[in-house]
Design a protein around this ligand. Structure first.
Ligand code: ZN
Length: 126
């Protein structure tokens, strides 16, 4: 297994992992079901979304919530503000970064497993 950074960056920029067509992984909060250029299924079978959930949780829990802890630790915000901001982050951020999490997940998956791409022989409807 060899990591392919070009595939990771392609997905992170919102391009199709297989053909590289732009704007296939659209917006911050959305993702297409299939690539409109090559037909590759981007949302694969049940359970495939778990990788996107891991990215989403990781970015929220380890990227943003520590910022609130630091702000509170240095008394830059009060306790109540920290709690309300944490609740807002927990409720809003996962929804807002849904598409970004999918981009990073598809990039991670296909960068480590490029043989899973349809152009490498995998069925398109998988
Ligand atoms: Zn494509």
């Amino acid at each position: 297994m060899r990591f392919r950074p070009d595939l990771f960056l392609r997905c992170a920029r919102g391009r199709c992992p297989d053909c590289g067509a732009p704007e296939q992984l659209t917006g911050l909060a959305t993702i297409r079901d299939r690539c409109t250029a090559c037909g590759m299924v981007l949302r694969r079978r049940e359970g495939f979304f778990l990788g996107a959930m891991v990215w989403n949780y990781g970015l929220t829990a380890f990227g943003l919530l520590p910022v609130l802890l630091v702000l509170r630790a240095y008394d830059w915000i009060g306790f109540a503000a920290a709690v309300w901001l944490a609740v807002a982050v927990i409720l809003l951020v996962p929804w807002l970064i849904h598409g970004v999490a999918w981009r990073l997940w598809l990039g991670t998956y296909y960068a480590f497993l490029p043989e899973q791409l349809p152009s490498s022989g995998r069925r398109l409807d998988d």
